[in-house]
Design a protein around this ligand. Structure first.
Ligand SMILES: [Fe+2]
Length: 271
């Protein structure tokens, strides 16, 4: 795919584009923003190198794609003075790192974030990669019989799975039902929308059938052929589309430090 204002290098055939020829710390032209929208639709996750963003630039970049999604359950990790910015940090004192299980960010919310923009300023010498998987491919490679079975089904997404036990006592954790297969509002393509990080059961079928079906689908989305893997450097950015991609943050670098900030773009009700 050719772009007018930037270069996008394909990471794997299924997913991922490394973007060069753009400076996200400064203002962007309308043509650059249009190319970035198109590249995100094409590649599902975009990677950028050497972009030392401050909070203002990070938020400004996110606002080119929508509003800012502020999830109440991430309140304990908000950057001081910047509720739009979530601190993502792990070091020698960490006993838990969020996001190891395959997931789509905050699918427990009524309107989950369209996308997430993660900027890391400090990374371990090796490790701490993020792996991304293409949920269009996950859907497309199901059998026609399985596609017919999933059509019209909804599933419960519960933040207790992802955040239970690590949020302050008494905090209300969201729980919402979404279609098992959603249609991407921009590309019109169908994507599988259940994930191990949040989805608890498929509604309207016996629980044992739901458990078996979800186990199969959770395994299916992890096929290496659907994936790409991003190796972080200081001041790298990953911007992924939660509507058609899942990801897993690998915590293989303990006791090293991995640290940065995440801003999320508002999304709509999955349909
Ligand atoms: Fe995540």
């Amino acid at each position: 795919m050719e772009y007018e204002t930037l270069t996008v290098t394909t990471v794997t055939p299924q997913i991922g584009g490394e973007v060069s020829g753009i400076d996200l710390t400064g203002p962007l032209s309308d043509a650059q923003v249009a190319d970035l929208h198109r590249a995100l639709d094409d590649r599902l996750v975009l990677f950028f190198r050497d972009q030392p963003l401050d909070h203002a630039a990070h938020i400004r970049f996110a606002k080119l794609f929508g509003g800012i999604h502020i999830a109440p359950s991430t309140a304990p990790w908000q950057a001081p003075g910047h509720p739009e910015v979530t601190i993502i940090h792990a070091d020698a004192d960490s006993t838990f790192v969020a996001g190891e299980d395959w997931h789509s960010d905050m699918s427990c919310d009524p309107e989950p974030p369209l996308g997430s923009i993660l900027y890391l300023h400090t990374v371990p010498p090796t490790g701490g990669d993020t792996v991304f998987s293409n949920m269009y491919s996950a859907y497309d490679t199901l059998s026609d019989r399985m596609k017919a079975h999933l059509e019209g089904l909804t599933a419960m997404h519960d933040s207790v799975v992802g955040f239970g036990g690590i949020t302050p006592e008494g905090m209300k954790l969201p729980r919402n039902s979404h279609p098992v297969v959603r249609v991407h509002p921009s590309t019109g393509r169908k994507a599988l929308y259940v994930n191990r990080g949040f989805t608890t059961y498929i509604e309207g079928i016996p629980r044992k059938e739901s458990d078996a079906l979800l186990a199969y689908l959770f395994d299916h989305v992890q096929q290496p052929a659907f994936q790409c893997r991003f190796s972080w450097k200081p001041h790298s950015i990953a911007f992924w589309d939660n509507r058609c991609a899942q990801h897993s943050a690998i915590w293989d670098y303990f006791p090293q430090t991995r640290s940065g900030f995440r801003v999320q773009v508002t999304g709509d009700t999955p349909r």
